[in-house]
Ligand binder design. Structure first.
Ligand SMILES: [Zn+2]
Length: 111
């Protein structure tokens, strides 16, 4: 049985990874990634892809490259969400309850 393959096809995940690899050391928010790649996605979709990209990039590079996140910050009181276990944007500050939270930013860097 013949299976047709689309040779030029890249998954969204591959495209996000390529964007970060082509711009190593440069930080992007989910909104910037969506705009730059013209994606019809929500930030939470991007965060889900980034979770997988973090594992893939580490494995493919043998640990030489890592995906890092600049954590979100409360724009009202300066609280830094540095204990996040995965990429996301919290909706509320635990200290002052403000909802003005900066977007997390992501980059691939060489260790
Ligand atoms: Zn706050």
């Amino acid at each position: 049985m013949n299976v047709l393959r689309d040779e030029g096809y890249e998954t969204v995940r591959e495209r996000i990874m390529k964007l970060l690899l082509d711009n190593k050391g440069e930080f992007f928010t989910a909104y910037q990634i969506i705009a730059l790649l013209g994606l019809d996605l929500k930030p939470r979709d991007i965060y889900r892809h980034l979770e997988h990209i973090a594992k893939t990039i580490r494995r493919r590079s043998g640990g030489r490259l890592v995906l890092v996140m600049k954590p979100p910050i409360c724009l009202n009181c300066g609280y830094v969400f540095k204990d996040l276990d995965k990429p996301r944007k919290p909706s509320k500050c635990p200290r002052c309850h403000s909802q003005r939270i900066s977007d997390p930013e992501f980059a691939i860097i060489e260790k």
